[in-house]
Design a protein. Structure first.
Length: 416
């Protein structure tokens, strides 16, 4: 891998604001995603990928041609795909990202320069202890970094260029796919699997190094609308029903032991993450997560029970709950054709490393792609602390991710 080129590529990508906007009805939801897509498209074309294109939805696709053909078979080497998303989370600002590059990391806590109250502490980030002497990239403390998923994006593009520059590496055809609005659950809305034409796919959207995620949450989102009765406060006695107070009562009734703050491992949760409105109406967005898909209905029932109890106290209020399906645990779709996972493990073993099969308390484009019929486990990309102004990435771990991508291309070419 060309390490300096990978670093420059990553820094170029993170400086573009691609924050997804859940309130937008457009696709993509923010103009920055189109801007970054055009930059990536120009890079892919400059490499010589003649079929590189950005479609009307902002999705980028391109194909690295196979480096060999089977001499003993009429069947073509299967196409595999690598996927990353262009957008960043709306949970923390992605505007005016000013990355800090720390060469030869000497250890210890990292104080972020633009807001010294923001500190990446080794006590919270034990991975730093094994990265002495490495290159660490952080934010300045006022924004997220965008390693989720621009680390994955940069790794895939750099790996594609490396394969093109080294035709001695024997691999089958490799499809690149870069999506929009993954962070707001719309990443695969406009993916055509027939057009993608891949046997297996890998998202590079995982933290750390050498992990292959084989399970994700199943996910729904609930939109709770609390309607009150608004009237001037001067004449409100026995006439006003304050939707803000009713909403507060509703939220207070959600079980505290079923929240992200109190759960871990395979435990699911209800997570109110957005609230807006006033006396007349309040809207609350709540994400519902569990590894066991059947439990999503139980969580939804908990919301309805809380609403019923709130209405006993606020009988003139109205509470409407709409639950929308988001994605399902990728494990449900990886049980049939295990090659995507098995070859990921084999590919890492070939370069002297050991894969850790893991679960992720979240979701990826791969969750939905797997549900659609394309096996798509998730791989590490060298980033850490996603969605946070304490986000950081390690350049050497990004290189390791790129080496894994290249080995995967070889493995599929030889074993399929």
């Amino acid at each position: 891998m060309n390490v300096q080129r990978l670093l420059e590529r990553f820094l170029r990508y993170v400086e573009i604001d691609t924050t997804a906007d859940e309130s937008s009805n457009g696709y993509p939801s923010s103009a920055g995603q189109l801007e970054l897509g055009r930059i990536v498209l120009d890079e892919l074309r400059a490499m010589g990928l003649a079929d590189a294109r950005q479609d009307e939805h902002g999705i980028i696709t391109a194909t690295v041609p196979a480096a060999f053909e089977r001499a003993d078979s009429k069947e073509a080497v299967p196409m595999i795909a690598f996927c990353a998303h262009l957008d960043t989370s709306p949970e923390t600002s992605g505007a005016n990202v000013r990355p800090q590059v720390i060469h030869d990391y000497a250890g210890g806590d990292i104080v972020l320069p633009a807001d010294t109250s923001k500190v990446i502490r080794t006590s919270d980030n034990p991975a730093l202890d094994r990265l002495l002497g490495k290159t660490i990239i952080t934010t300045d403390g006022t924004t997220l970094l965008g390693g989720d998923d621009k680390a994955g994006l940069a790794v895939i593009v750099e790996a594609a260029q490396w394969l093109l520059e080294h035709p001695d590496i024997k691999h089958g055809p490799v499809r690149l796919c870069f999506t929009c609005d993954e962070e707001i659950g719309r990443g695969t809305d406009h993916i055509d699997l027939d057009e993608l034409d891949a046997t297996a796919c890998y998202t590079l959207d995982g933290e750390g190094v050498d992990c292959v995620d084989v399970e994700t949450f199943s996910a729904d989102v609930a939109i709770v609308t609390v309607s009150g009765v608004n009237i001037h406060p001067s004449i409100a006695k026995d006439r006003m029903t304050n939707a803000v107070r009713a909403a507060a009562d509703f939220l207070q009734r959600l079980p505290a032991d079923q929240s992200p703050e109190t759960t871990e491992d395979r435990q699911g949760f209800l997570h109110p993450y957005e609230i807006e409105g006033g006396v007349g109406e309040v809207r609350i967005r709540i994400i519902i997560r569990d590894f066991d898909t059947a439990k999503l209905d139980l969580f939804a029932a908990t919301l309805h029970q809380a609403a019923s109890e709130t209405l006993e106290r606020f009988p003139d209020a109205r509470i409407d709950i709409t639950v929308k399906r988001q994605y399902r645990n990728m494990a449900d779709g990886l049980t049939g054709d295990r090659r995507a996972v098995d070859y990921a493990v084999e590919a890492l073993k070939r370069i002297g490393r050991e894969a850790k099969t893991t679960i992720v308390r979240g979701g990826t484009d791969g969750s939905r792609l797997t549900e659609m019929g394309l096996p798509t486990p998730n791989l590490s990309n060298g980033s850490h602390n996603p969605h946070s102004n304490l986000e950081w990435a390690c350049l050497e771990e990004m290189v390791m991710a790129g080496e894994w991508v290249i080995s995967l291309a070889e493995t599929w070419g030889e074993k399929s």
